[in-house]
Design a protein around this ligand. Sequence first.
Ligand code: NGQ
Ligand code: ZN
Length: 454
Amino acid sequence: MVFMHNYYAEHALLPTGWASQVRFHITGGCFHNIQTNSQPQASDIKLQGPILPGMINLHSHAFQRAMAGLAEVNLNPADSFWSWRDLMYSLVGKLTPEQVQTIASFLYIEMLKAGYTQVAEFHYLHHQANGQAYDNPATMALAVREAALDTGIGQTLLPVLYSHSGFGGQTANAGQQRFLHKVDSYLRLQQELNSSNISSRINQGVCFHSLRAVTGEQIQQTLAASEKHWPVHIHIAEQQQEVKDCIAWSGQRPVAWLANEIGLSERWCLVHATHIDAQEQQQIVGSRAVVGICPTTEANLGDGIFPATQLAQAGGRFGIGSDSHVCISPAQEIRLLEYSQRLQAQQRNRLYDANNPSVGMYLYQKCVADGGAACGLSAGIAEGNRADFISLDISYPTLASAQPQQWLDRWCFGSNHNPVNDVYVAGNQVIKEGQHPLQENTYQAMQVCLQKLL
Ligand code: NGQ
Ligand code: ZN
């Protein structure tokens, strides 16, 4: 017999907005029979505080958490994305699978505590330091998957195809040796990971590092041989230099090249897509591809400002990612996303729609729904969706005094206080009153790991 839990929350953020007196049960890790304006019953599990869907983090390179905050020293008047990448490569040269697992576990606990319940792990650190595959070529990918299994976060594992250093199949450089696959070894890795996955919290996708790192032929071959329902992720048009190089190589801008030569669809997640023109925007909107905006990393790396206001007004889809992990907070990503638009337009309240004039509410709901799609999930508190949700401690004075419609703006724009209290993934409680059961051990292991690494 299946034991059925009934839950009750005074307030829940449904896809249609805040609802009161919400009851539901969770079976098979999913929401069922969601009722609003209903009376709690004595046997119900009463959730403390309002509940919201967990946020989706659609772009992560877990290992980069180890260097967050250590690349903020000027070494060169021309410091740039590319000089940051050299520092990042020097970290790449040192990492062991055990260290990667420790860093990822630490990171995923931080994510859960911040309110993320799903992470798309864009995983390209595949091989030993000398570029040789491990005896089991999936060793590194299994390390990041173990971290998700141990900590309880949902994960879309995206093993990355990375073969070249620049457009047109240029030979990879010394710093990239740990990343390299050809299509056939990449497909074997994909299959190995897929056939060994036994968790409903883990799914998989196809991933190309960038148009610099793969050729069009490789993209076609890989897509033809991969599962047709999996999401497809790629870094694209993040830096002006990349746009220039793409035009020099092909005569087209990166997003235009991808749309025209390969074809976009709702399976695609275009990570960054910072530098697009009006025609590329139309191609993104028309295809229903999701743009993966990483506001704090894009600011940190000096990428530029993504035209989110225009994309939103045209009906485009987007979500947020924490990418290099200089910040692990959905509220702060949402805040910077909106503020970048205000700074550029010299206006206020840029990202909203007719249903959601509240910017915090609009962005939270959109990044759950569209970010979920980019992870191959139907996300949100709705019938049949995986039961991923968070509760907020609203005893903080600014929240305690607010109306439900104001909670998200108070959280995202009104303080740096983290109100995330309890977190559930697939119906399992993973954070209790702000704490994770593996936190103490994992934080200790992280400290030892960093002392050794740095
Ligand atoms: C990455 N990160 O793969 O980690 C990239 C930098 C590259 C971001 N783009 C390396 N944020 O694009 O070549
Ligand atoms: Zn990235």
